[in-house]
Design a protein around this ligand. Structure first.
Ligand code: FEO
Length: 169
């Protein structure tokens, strides 16, 4: 059924893809949290990953409500199993950064689509995600830089784990 009151289908489909991406992000960071939780001395990092997973779920929920409130239907997606184990904390944070870069690219594509479709409400809604991605990329980059410096230094890792709780706020 097509009528002019219905939500633009291209936009609805793209937002549903973003819902999948946020859900997959939440799942990926949940797995990082579970992995970190069984490593010695990573209490702070564990809390960071679990909190980050919760934030991604919140990003997903915001999208779900937006799609439904605009007259679309938000589809709860099937998820694939994320990476469960990591050879090092550095590897986990590299994956986190790469993941965030992919999310940013996807948000940017959505912004472009919203403009092309003259959907200014969606364009405006997406600005929050644009800012959020800037923050998340920055934090992920900083973590990677610190871990690069720390290498295998145990006391460095201790401080990293202690400080990341504050950095995640
Ligand atoms: Fe919601 Fe970190 O992407």
């Amino acid at each position: 059924m097509e009528n002019h009151h219905m939500f633009n289908k291209k936009i609805a489909d793209a937002l549903n893809k973003q819902i999948l991406m946020e859900a997959q992000s939440s799942q990926a960071y949940l797995a990082m949290g579970s992995w970190a939780e069984i490593q010695p001395g990573l209490k702070g990092v564990t809390a960071f990953f679990f909190k980050h997973s919760d934030e991604e779920r919140m990003h997903m929920l915001k999208l779900i409500h937006f799609v439904n409130e605009r007259g679309g239907f938000a589809v709860v997606p099937e998820l694939k199993q994320p990476n469960l184990t990591f050879v090092s904390l550095k590897k986990a944070f590299e994956e986190l950064l790469n993941h965030e870069l992919a999310v940013s690219a996807s948000i940017n594509d959505l912004v472009e689509l919203a403009l092309a479709q003259k959907d200014y409400a969606t364009h405006n809604f997406l600005q929050w995600y644009v800012m959020e991605q800037m923050e998340e990329e920055k934090l992920a980059r900083e973590c990677n830089e610190k871990l690069e410096m720390i290498g295998d230094d145990r006391s460095g890792l201790y401080l990293f784990d202690r400080d990341i709780v504050a950095a995640g706020r």
